[in-house]
Write a protein that binds this ligand. Structure first.
Ligand SMILES: Cc1cc2nc3c(=O)[nH]c(=O)nc-3n(C[C@H](O)[C@H](O)[C@H](O)COP(=O)(O)OP(=O)(O)OC[C@H]3O[C@@H](n4cnc5c(N)ncnc54)[C@H](O)[C@@H]3O)c2cc1C
Length: 445
């Protein structure tokens, strides 16, 4: 079996390692345009702030490790086109410039995503960077050395983490977003208020409800970000506006959503039988609303990559979908979320949701220490099905959201969650676990 893999970060690496484990005789070739694989972008902000000083520690595999598995590892090779009907790919060796064709029995598409870059006037000035891969992280670190004023555009998880990192480096930091709240897609207001206060207390300027209009420069480099409400001095700008599937290569050959995300079934098969896809280039099944959504997360990418290998020859193991479970640490605040926020759910036509929020200490007050936690449950008023949740505490209680993710996936109700069995031991919790407690609070609502 001849397998060609295009793209090798998380989904690609997972697919390759598992294919070689399951089918040691398979002839696997991977084409990757970068000279590295498996870079954990989630560590970029930690590397920028110096919390993780060694960028090399953010790789968990290497081209050599794949070569050692017997994989034909073609780094710095760009796949220029794919002909699905004839099962061929056309590839350019980025070092020699040579172009050649290759053939496959099975094609694994792990092309990932690329940052959305709106066309702003002055967008081609120097010191305006992206934050996606290893090269970007090195560029940000290098340029931040001489920067006094840093502007981060986009207050999703990535922008927020970078704003914290720049503030920790002592930069004058501005975080701009067109929305009125940071991280508004992932968290309800009670949670973003906590994070926003942490930023404001440290002097990070939150320019919310502001739309970037243009950049102005000096000597070819950015000097100012102009918005519809004002302007911000900038020696360095990082664009964190969001991601789009990087699937132009296959347009018209595979079924896709309007945004370009490849449609796959629960076995990771595309609309073509011998073409499989995984990771940020694909749609996923979003369980809280039973719809296909674009949720570009490393968690989804590694699961889907692994499943590609398991289903490559015959449908064997299904993908269970996602609750888009996520976590973030903003200074001392540990925040996690799963499923729908109340605000997000209210935007969905036909859904009638309610939410309940409680603040409780994590363990009995007779213990030498305890920490307050705020936890929210979002649920369907009619079916009583749990649809989402969020937690914040200065103690790391984020794992509760992983448990809640299972609750949502298994379509449990508020009543079931209130009475489900969780252990009690004073070192760790109270007789009613925080998840029981928040569901109990929702019982009579
Ligand atoms: C700053 C940052 C922080 C993040 N933090 C988190 C986090 O904390 N938790 C989390 O779950 N997720 C996080 N994510 C998201 C996560 O990194 C992505 O979901 C993940 O990288 C997706 O992996 P992938 O392999 O599908 O795609 P990608 O990582 O996009 O990789 C695709 C690969 O394909 C290659 N490629 C593309 N086109 C071609 C071509 N034509 N020829 C050859 N090669 C090609 C690219 O060079 C790339 O290596 C973060 C992302 C960023 C940018």
């Amino acid at each position: 079996m001849k397998v060609v893999v295009i793209g090798c970060t998380h989904a690609g690496t997972a697919a390759i390692v598992n294919v070689k484990q399951l089918y040691s005789d398979a002839e696997v070739t991977v084409y990757e345009r970068n000279n590295n694989i498996s870079f954990l972008s989630c560590g970029i902000a930690l590397n920028v702030s110096g919390v993780v000083p060694d960028a090399q520690s953010l790789f968990y595999s290497s081209p050599q490790a794949l070569a050692d598995l017997g994989v034909n590892t073609k780094m710095e090779h760009d796949v220029l086109s794919v002909d699905i009907k004839n099962k061929t790919v056309t590839v350019k060796d980025l070092n020699s410039g040579a172009e050649f064709d290759d053939t496959y029995d099975k094609l694994i598409v792990t092309l990932g995503s690329w940052p959305i870059v709106p066309k702003f006037e002055g967008g081609d000035l120097g010191n305006i960077t992206l934050s996606k891969n290893y090269y970007h992280s090195q560029e940000i670190i290098e340029k931040a050395k001489d920067a006094t004023n840093v502007v981060v555009i986009g207050a999703g998880y990535i922008g927020v983490e970078l704003a914290e990192a720049f503030e920790m480096l002592g930069k004058n930091t501005v975080l701009i977003d067109a929305e009125p709240r940071i991280m508004n897609k992932y968290l309800d207001k009670a949670y973003t208020d906590v994070a926003e206060k942490a930023f404001s207390d440290r002097g990070v300027k939150l320019a919310l409800g502001e739309k970037v209009v243009r950049f102005e420069g000096e000597d070819g480099n950015v000097a100012k970000v102009v918005t519809d409400k004002g302007e911000h001095q900038a020696d360095l700008v990082v664009l964190c506006i969001g991601f789009a599937p990087n699937t132009g290569l296959l347009k018209g050959q595979l079924d896709m959503l309007p945004n370009g995300a490849i449609v796959i079934d629960e076995y990771m098969q595309t609309s073509e039988p011998d073409v499989f896809a995984a990771g940020d280039c694909c749609v996923v099944s979003y369980n809280p609303t039973s719809e296909k959504r674009y949720v570009p997360l490393a968690t989804n990418a590694v699961r889907m990559g692994t499943l590609v290998a398991r289903n490559l020859v015959k449908p064997t193991l299904k993908y269970l979908g996602t609750q888009s479970t996520s976590g973030i640490k903003i200074y001392e605040h540990n925040i996690a979320a799963t499923g729908l926020t109340e605000e997000g759910a209210n935007r969905i036509e036909g859904l009638d949701v309610a939410s309940v929020t409680i603040t409780e200490n994590d363990r009995p007050e007779f213990m030498p220490t305890y920490e307050a936690a705020t936890i929210t449950l979002v649920y369907d008023k009619t079916t009583r099905r749990v649809l989402g949740g969020q937690i914040v505490s200065d103690k790391d209680l984020t794992q509760y959201m992983n448990t809640l993710s299972v609750v949502i996936q298994n379509e449990m109700t508020v009543e079931e969650l209130a009475m489900v069995d969780f252990f009690f031991q004073p070192h760790f919790n109270k007789p009613w676990s925080l998840l029981n407690a928040v569901a109990l609070a929702a019982l009579d609502k």
